[in-house]
Write a protein that binds this ligand. Structure first.
Ligand code: DX5
Ligand code: ZN
Length: 233
């Protein structure tokens, strides 16, 4: 069997995009070299902020062929899963604390035709992975407390990434099932290399990319991120 070594993916978060020009912003960032669109859904209940729902996901779906990675920061979770799957989500991730029946929610995402992922806040233990690793395709580790873009990366996340990397490598050796490791919050060209070296392979970045202003800026930031990863890993 080959070694666990998924390709690196850069996933700009639309949270920091210009919402008045969202379709163009989505197309621009992919043309600038990004791999996925990270779509942050906040409900003013699970997190103290309010963003966008399935209608907006459906509206941006024709703007790119790139995978749309829907990050649900909502509670309860299940009712929104079929709606986002229908709206074109390729990936749907949710926070363990937000679902009463984690296994059922994972199954529902799969049944709806999307790929499921579990999200862990900075202080949330990884306990349920012991039972669910074989059913998910991605683990999203929050490197900030969810709810807002532009926060500072919490350095303690690096140890958690290493622990998850060891788990998914062992799982891959035993089963051949590849689980991606996504990290979200405060990622920039200056710290992405150590996040990659710790074991992550999907990098969410909102303010660092969209904060660069225009397509040329997005391209510059994404290139700087890829170069930083390449020099360190
Ligand atoms: C935080 C969101 C993140 C956030 C990332 O709750 O899930 O996706 O927008 O933004 P930056 O990269 O600015 O921390
Ligand atoms: Zn997110």
């Amino acid at each position: 069997m080959t070694r666990y070594a998924p390709a690196y993916r850069i996933a700009p978060s639309i949270l920091s995009a210009d919402f008045a020009r969202l379709g163009q912003e989505v197309a621009d960032v992919i043309e600038a070299g990004a791999d996925w669109i990270h779509f942050d859904v906040m409900d003013n209940h699970y997190v103290p902020n309010l963003t966008v729902g399935p209608l907006v996901c459906k509206a941006i779906r024709p703007c790119t062929k790139a995978p749309i990675d829907v990050h649900l920061m909502v509670e309860p979770v299940d009712a929104l899963v079929p709606m986002f799957a229908k709206a074109g989500a390729d990936w749907i991730t949710f926070h363990c604390e937000a679902s009463r029946h984690i296994d059922r929610t994972i199954g529902l995402i799969r049944e709806c035709g999307a790929r499921p992922g579990l999200v862990f806040n900075p202080a949330t233990p990884l306990a349920c992975l012991e039972y669910e690793l074989d059913k998910i395709d991605m683990i999203l580790l929050m490197s900030v407390n969810p709810g807002f873009g532009g926060q500072k990366f919490i350095p303690g996340t690096l140890a958690k990434i290493r622990a998850v990397r060891a788990l998914v490598e062992r799982h891959y050796e035993q089963t051949g099932h590849e689980v991606l490791i996504e990290v979200d919050g405060g990622i920039k060209p200056a710290n992405i290399a150590e996040v990659a070296a710790a074991g992550a392979n999907v990098f969410v970045a909102g303010s660092a990319i969209y904060g660069a202003g225009d397509k040329a800026g997005y391209e510059r930031e994404i290139r700087a991120m890829r170069e930083a990863i390449a020099t360190r890993c």
